[in-house]
Design a protein around this ligand. Structure first.
Ligand SMILES: *[C@@H]1O[C@H](CO)[C@@H](O)[C@H](O)[C@H]1NC(C)=O
Ligand SMILES: *[C@@H]1O[C@H](CO)[C@@H](O)[C@H](O)[C@H]1NC(C)=O
Length: 398
């Protein structure tokens, strides 16, 4: 039946004179459009001195050792001065809306991937009916914007030391959120298409915003809510939990290679200071739990992996409180997340510390997804997890 419907809609598209000009992909339940969004950013980054440059695989390991050596100065003590950033970045984004508009279609989820991934983390091309969070959200009636963080995918890849840092990435997310709220997301973007630049999605204005993050993406969201508590009506922070084991896995636990040397074909355009996880085994260690993933999804993670920057690591610090955020917040974590909880998230959650971080939140709901590691969207039980996340939003009136 659904195959028939699908064929029928393809037939309708083929007959439509608009079809050739329509860059949006149209399946029977969703319409998506690929955008290149110019996002103006004003932020203050920092320049870090005595930070090794990474221009080779040997440099990448030297950086690892350097920043984890006990006698080395922590990054915050290597700051030599501010780096004012005032420029417009080109950000690759995908907007998907439900084909049949219901009362949730004006609620926009904005999903931010973590380190090592671009927007495909939320929208796996393998068995999307099981793994794509985008599809799960749209099937429940939400609209969803996914994007490539600065320095990944089809977004700009500026200087890895002074530019691709947390303050700038926070402002990219804030900028995208404001565009979606004001209804200028599509009109201000380049709509990627083969002809005409037309889209079948009329300009889209979000009445409510839910920020969804994975790991470092969740960290960017909470950092944004510290500055602008009103840029979310709700938040789902996945692979991010304030817990007794947080921060125990440092970069000495995994190995990077210089992106361009690691794979000149995939990463040829990446300059100095961008590195990638070196092997599939390393990705397994950080992101997957045996028995709870299909091996082809590990291979897929390796295939879609993305570079990270020296500046992203240098600018990391403990999260700050976000007292102005008034919505509900859901912490959705793999039970056996190696990266977040040193392998076991049970009995590690710090409830009072979390409440103190978000004193204005209308509700706080931590949940451990059984038998799952750090890459929640690539685990076998991913879709049951999406039910938990999406039902939570619904229960909070979102
Ligand atoms: C770390 O690297 C910087 C810059 O190359 C260097 O000055 C410093 O001595 C290194 N620290 C250690 C512990 O090797
Ligand atoms: C799959 O996830 C759901 C939702 O969290 C959970 O109730 C169920 O027990 C999980 N199944 C397995 C086999 O872990």
């Amino acid at each position: 039946m659904s195959n028939l419907l699908h064929l029928a809609s393809l037939g309708a598209l083929a007959l439509s004179p608009m079809a050739a000009a329509a860059p949006s992909t149209h399946t029977n339940f969703k319409q998506c459009v690929q955008l290149q969004v110019p996002v103006p950013v004003v932020a203050t980054n920092y320049h870090y001195t005595m930070m090794p440059q990474v221009d080779s695989n040997i440099d990448a390991i030297d950086w690892t050792v350097n920043v984890t050596t006990w006698s080395s100065k922590p990054a915050k003590d290597r700051i030599s001065g501010p780096v004012p950033v005032d420029r417009t970045f080109s950000i690759s984004a995908q907007l998907c809306v439900p084909s049949e508009t219901g009362d949730k279609a004006e609620i926009l989820q904005i999903a931010t991937p973590g380190l090592g991934f671009d927007k495909r983390y939320w929208d796996a091309e393998i068995k999307p009916e099981e793994y794509s969070y985008v599809d799960a959200a749209v099937k429940k009636g939400y609209s969803i914007l996914t994007y490539d963080r600065l320095g990944t995918g089809k977004s700009d890849k500026p200087d890895a030391y002074d530019i691709v840092q947390i303050p700038t990435e926070v402002e990219v997310l804030a900028g995208l959120t404001r565009l979606a709220r004001s209804g200028e997301l599509i009109s201000s973007s380049k709509v990627l298409s083969t002809a005409g630049g037309k889209t079948t999605i009329p300009d889209f204005k979000a009445s409510k915003i839910v920020q969804v993050g994975h790991s470092f993406g969740s960290f960017l969201i909470t950092s944004m809510l510290t500055l602008y508590g009103d840029l979310a009506d709700g938040a789902i922070l996945t692979a991010f939990l304030i817990n007794t084991q947080l921060g125990k896995i440092d970069v000495l636990h995994y190995d990077h290679e210089f992106a361009r040397q690691h794979d000149p074909v995939r990463f040829g355009e990446y300059p100095s200071g961008y590195f990638v996880l070196n092997t599939e085994s390393c990705i397994q260690k950080l992101f997957f739990r045996k028995g709870a993933f299909e091996p082809k999804m590990l291979t897929y993670a390796e295939k879609i992996k993305q570079p990270e920057t020296v500046g992203e690591y240098a600018s990391e610090g403990p999260p700050s409180p976000a007292p102005e955020f008034k919505g509900p917040i859901h912490f959705f974590n793999g039970e056996f997340d190696n990266f977040v909880c040193l392998g076991d998230c049970r009995d590690t959650y710090l409830e009072e510390e979390t409440r103190n971080m978000y004193p204005g939140a209308s509700d706080i709901y931590p949940y451990l997804q059984p038998n799952t590691g750090h890459a929640l969207t690539l685990a076998t039980n991913a879709s049951a997890g999406y039910e938990v996340m999406l039902q939570y939003l619904d229960s909070q009136g979102l």
